[in-house]
Design a protein around this ligand. Structure first.
Ligand code: IPE
Ligand code: IPE
Ligand code: MG
Length: 245
């Protein structure tokens, strides 16, 4: 079916995904959890491609949370290693496809080699404008808000900002997602129905889509289902139905 102009206007601009269920996917196959994480990277590749093809402009993927430090050290190490390998392996092709990469989250706990590769990915793709790929790594919504509050407080202390000038725009601009639109559609795989500290500010008016599909099985068809569901939603932003006034 060909895409019409009106179809495109109801494509969410910013899709965020809580990529959950890698561990269960592996366990169902009698394999270690880290095998599920490796398979999850393949799903990332499919979904980045599919999102661009379907007209999404910004995709934010939750890859490692500030709470995921509670996992066994070998699993944390495997997740760091996979992130490093993914960025190193895909940077050139993402750059060529016009993708701008941003890594959101706390930088200070990253290993020096990971910090280096993510900085390179951001610098190398900074001029790209076709598609925004944000990878949330060592990310927590509360942590991001705390860092934003600290930077605003610093600006006040330096005399560059009046407390009364702090508004939604200023706070948004102090977040890791500065300059990006709010989340329109938040997807979570694996059947869990919670936000787990993801994009707390940016998802204030997001539509939510939950699926039982485990992340390594997520693909273009599943993304299509989520986007179809989004098209049925009536976003009111606190107002009333169009036509009901
Ligand atoms: C999501 O899969 C990946 C990360 C949180 C890093 P999980 O590892 O949480 O998989 P389950 O929820 O245990 O199945
Ligand atoms: C959320 O998944 C974090 C990521 C997908 C990176 P978790 O599996 O860590 O979330 P909880 O602990 O079940 O809420
Ligand atoms: Mg999980």
């Amino acid at each position: 079916m060909s895409e019409t102009a009106s179809d495109r206007t109801s494509v969410p601009q910013h899709v965020a995904i809580i990529m959950d269920g890698n561990g269960r996917w592996a366990q169902q196959r009698g394999r270690p959890r880290t095998f599920g994480h490796s398979k999850g990277v393949e799903a990332v590749r499919r979904v980045v491609e599919a999102a661009g093809d379907r007209g999404v402009r910004t995709l934010t993927l939750f890859s490692f949370s500030t709470e995921n430090w509670n996992r066994p050290a070998d699993e944390v190490g495997a997740l760091f290693e996979l992130m490093k390998r993914y960025v190193a392996a895909d940077l050139a092709s993402l750059k060529k496809k016009g993708v701008r990469i941003r890594i959101i989250g706390r930088r200070d706990d990253l290993t020096p080699d990971l910090a280096e590769i993510v900085t390179k990915a951001e610098t190398d793709t900074a001029e790209n404008t076709d598609f925004n790929l944000n990878i949330a790594f060592n990310y927590g919504g509360r942590d991001e808000l705390i860092r934003a509050a600290q930077s605003l407080a610093e600006a006040v202390r330096a005399g560059d900002l009046n407390p009364s000038d702090i508004d939604e725009g200023r706070l948004s601009a102090a977040l890791d997602t500065a300059g990006l639109p709010d989340v329109d559609l938040m997807i979570r795989t694996s059947g869990e129905q919670r936000i787990s500290n993801f994009l707390l500010w940016q998802a204030a008016y997001a539509e939510f889509y939950f699926t039982d599909v485990l992340w390594p099985d997520f693909d273009d068809v599943e993304l299509g289902r989520a986007l179809d569901s989004f098209q049925q939603r009536d976003r009111r932003y606190g107002g009333v139905d169009a036509g009901a006034a």
